[in-house]
Design a protein around this ligand. Sequence first.
Ligand code: NDP
Length: 290
Amino acid sequence: MATVIYGSEVSASIKSELKKHVEQLHNMKKRIPKLVVILIGNHPASMSYVKGKQKACEQIGMLQEVLHFNETITQNQLIKQIEVLNNDHTVDGILVQLPLPKHLNEQQVLQTISYKKDVDGFHPYNIGKAVLQEKDTFLSCTPKGVMRLLESIGYDDLSGLHAVVVGRSNIVGKPMAQLLLQKNATITVCHSKTKDISMYTKHADIVVVAVGKAKFIKKEWIKKGAIVIDVGINRLEDDTLCGDVDFEEVKQIASYITPVPKGVGPMTIAMLLENTWESYKRTNEEGEFK
Ligand code: NDP
């Protein structure tokens, strides 16, 4: 039976470290790091994710602001708003909650965010720097969080291991494969055009799934003793959440598995806070946190 990796616990210890740093700033009456989240429209899932981010900032004493716009906002209005935030020295992190309404150009919006405040790590500058393994970048929060979970169970160097990533989105699958590769894993990336995904997952030591389909990965697809990381978040008809992995089945043969909820989700938020803290440290002119 697999050991369950609770991201909720790993993230709690990361947040408690960050809280100490922020408390120190409060005590010294220094400027406090600030995250601004832009939310467009009233999509229930987006609103709930934004609430989670607000709550996490509050928990560690970090400043946060949510700019909530009507769905009718134009591309130009949104771009102008981001430019204001780029020039606001009290703002360390800017996040635009995705997905955006169809009339908005997502790439143009994300590329307007200053790469120095791109705490989601979606700007091409940061993506490029991440591929080059340069330090002064922001890594995409979810894949970064997954890597921390692997570290938490002693898997820091993945030499000799075969990792299969199911899903190739720009925000999860692709950066995930990149980070696993940097830790020396041998990578296979599967997607909707892959023929017989189980042929790959069955031979994987690590499977990371980010597809967005409830209980997509079955027990028969997983090698005994594999590590299974479930990024997916799916809302079922009875309003409960479940991942892309059939948790009850797969936990019988995996060595480690993440649950949904309380798995990767809390890590994504912890990494967002960490990136905002990093941004603050980089831009702080006063020197003592450099
Ligand atoms: P996208 O919809 O952007 O990407 C989904 C990926 O899954 C695509 O690459 C797609 O392939 C692939 N896919 C879809 N159907 C199949 C299939 N039948 N077989 C194989 N591959 C398939 O989603 P995201 O990457 O943004 O998110 C994935 C999931 O992770 C969602 O449930 C989302 O809610 C969750 N998520 C969770 C986060 C967290 O913090 N826990 C953070 C971000 C996302 P193709 O490219 O060929 O279309």
